[in-house]
Design a binder for this molecule. Structure first.
Ligand SMILES: [Zn+2]
Length: 146
């Protein structure tokens, strides 16, 4: 797992300089994340990632995932999750179960979407800048919504 994290950090460093995803980087990211990479890119493409910047430079991210619930009929649910990059965190059950508890994955698609969107610098249109007090209130409101 630590070799994978080192490789990921090296890829992210390269992307943060070039601000683009090269074929080689996509290939390496696919080795690390498999289908999760495509799910993350899908979230970015569909504007599911919102970035909130605090005046003190703290950042938090809100990812609206789409979940299909199949009981008697199929229902589409928009499920919001709160993410951070430092430390890497997502409020989804997948992150808790497979990244934290079982350590089977490096991160969930939400954190990967946030990291790629932030590193590629393609989230500007989704930015909002708020002060510390609003930051705390927003974090609380998002957690209540989830
Ligand atoms: Zn997640």
């Amino acid at each position: 797992m630590s070799d994978s994290l080192l490789l990921l950090d090296a890829i992210l460093r390269e992307i943060s300089i070039s601000k683009e995803l090269t074929k080689e980087n996509i290939h390496l990211l696919f080795i690390l994340f498999q289908e999760t990479l495509y799910e993350a890119l899908y979230l970015i493409e569909n504007n599911a990632v919102k970035r909130v910047k605090c005046k003190t430079e703290r950042k938090l991210y809100h990812v609206k995932d789409i979940i299909l619930e199949m009981n008697n009929k199929t229902t589409i649910i928009q499920q919001p999750y709160t993410c951070f990059i430092y430390p890497r965190y997502c409020s989804c059950p997948e992150f808790f179960n497979f990244t934290i508890n079982e350590q089977k994955t490096l991160m969930c698609r939400h954190v990967l979407a946030v990291i790629l969107g932030d590193t590629l610098n393609i989230l500007e249109n989704n930015d909002s800048i708020i002060d510390d007090e609003e930051f705390g209130e927003l974090l609380y409101r998002w957690q209540v919504e989830e």
